[in-house]
Design a protein around this ligand. Sequence first.
Ligand code: ADP
Ligand code: MG
Length: 565
Amino acid sequence: ETSVQTLEFQAETRQLLNLVIHSIYSNKDIFLRELISNASDALDKLRLESLTAAAPGADTSDLHIALEADTDARTLTVRDNGVGMSRDEVVELIGTIAKSGTASLLEKIKAAHDAEAAQSLIGQFGVGFYSAFMVADKVTLRTRRAGTDEGTLWESDGDGTYDISTVDGLPVGTSVTLHLKPADGEDGLADYLAEWKIRAIVKQYSDFIRWPIRMPVERGEENGVAVTEMQTLNSMKALWSRPRAEITEAEYHEFYQQISHDWTDPAETIHLRSEGTFAYDALLFIPSQAPFDLFSHQTKRGVQLYVKRVFIMDDCEALVPNYLRFVKGVVDAHDLSLNISREILQHDRHIRGVRKRLVKKVLGAIKDMQASDAERYATLWDQFGRVLKEGLVEDPDSTEALLEVISAASTHDAEKTITLREYVARMKDGQDAIYYLTGATRAVVENSPHMEAFTAKGYEVLILTDPVDEVWVDHVAEFDGHRFQSIAKGQVDLDHEDGDDKDDEQKAQREADFADLLPWLAATLSKQVKQARLSSRLTTSPACVVGDTGDITPMLEKMYRAMNQ
Ligand code: ADP
Ligand code: MG
């Protein structure tokens, strides 16, 4: 052992540690899931490296996770013979929280009204390795990176600093030893040394982990000596590869919670298998609530790629478009190279086919939900609608399917959103366009002078208040043969749509009345407006400013300005 260095945790890490230690989670059991999931990742990485020649000669003959409870020392150890970490990696990965959005998450947690809200926030974030400090007052990590000789010892009691030193003689892989706090029923601290407890947690959270999770178990006595045997605690069944008919809803939900680290049930489960020329299994979930960082730039996509049960990558952008980034799940392709890179995936014809099918399935599931369970659909739209609308700009191939599932506020009903189908079904005789108006809030839109004539004449107008609405309405040509028409742009000839001759006479009369005023207005305001004309869109306001048909709207102008464009 060389000299010990004491280092400080990065400030955000320290704050998060504090939150964790002061027990934001009421469910402390999840610490074991987190450590096992890290161990499993490390085994995946080593296996992949050995197969792709990054770590040739690595011993992958018995990759596994071992749990060891020492009742005398009151320690629980989670050991893996995976890829391990170098000293630099330990400092970088364990001493720092590299996740995006940590700072803003901490702000939100501080602002949360109650423990439950705070817990929900941190649950969405996932505290990973640090969850160990919920149950331990000291954590010792020993690790050796595959392909190197040097081992690293890391130790901390979670108070802001950690000790790190170099050690010899460690096996390849990582062990994490928790010096357990005293068990205390009231505090939610179970006896994590008890065999039944460890078994129960593994079964609940880590049953599908594809590596054996082993534990020595006492099996009675022989000649006065305790006999122990090694047992594998998890089933290791990759749920997606089993036939749908044999899987219960509870199993799907458990699996979802395991891969998403969410504790709620998913809103929708989609399980499909393709046995064509490019065989794959896909198991996708639509969560019931949005993660806190859905709109952060670095949000990852939730679909993982496996090749024949070997984990290849998280966040597989080739499999799902950005606007479906909230979908979680697994795609296991049977005939891909384990060496496949993200770049190659992007251009792979088969993968494009898979992506197309997945998008169709997800949008189809949402459409079915809309038809069969309005309440569940409304919740889903509330959580993910804004993201789905990005698809109208991003994915022209899915425009039709997306327009079928979107909903929007409208002047028809102040309480409920409506679908475009409903809008079209209510269109007035002779009405040809779908009218909409964008603005910052419903109140702003409703009180706009542009609205007057439309409301007076009984036309329904969509009220679009999300920033993304500004963009998609320009991208989408039409729905069901009807174009989208902003009531704030160009000439809207409502009189004409009525097909009323008397109105035409009145109009001619009015034009004569104002023949002198209009050129004067145009000349006086020449710097501000392109044109002054008589309008049929107002009933009580004397005047309003409208954009030209091709102009960008004031809100979009603001957006572009904010983006420095
Ligand atoms: P996450 O797993 O979400 O990345 P964690 O806090 O659980 O976050 O772990 C942080 C990082 O530390 C991991 O991404 C991994 O690189 C490293 N790590 C943790 N545990 C192990 C382990 N048992 N073996 C190798 N690396 C590990
Ligand atoms: Mg982790």
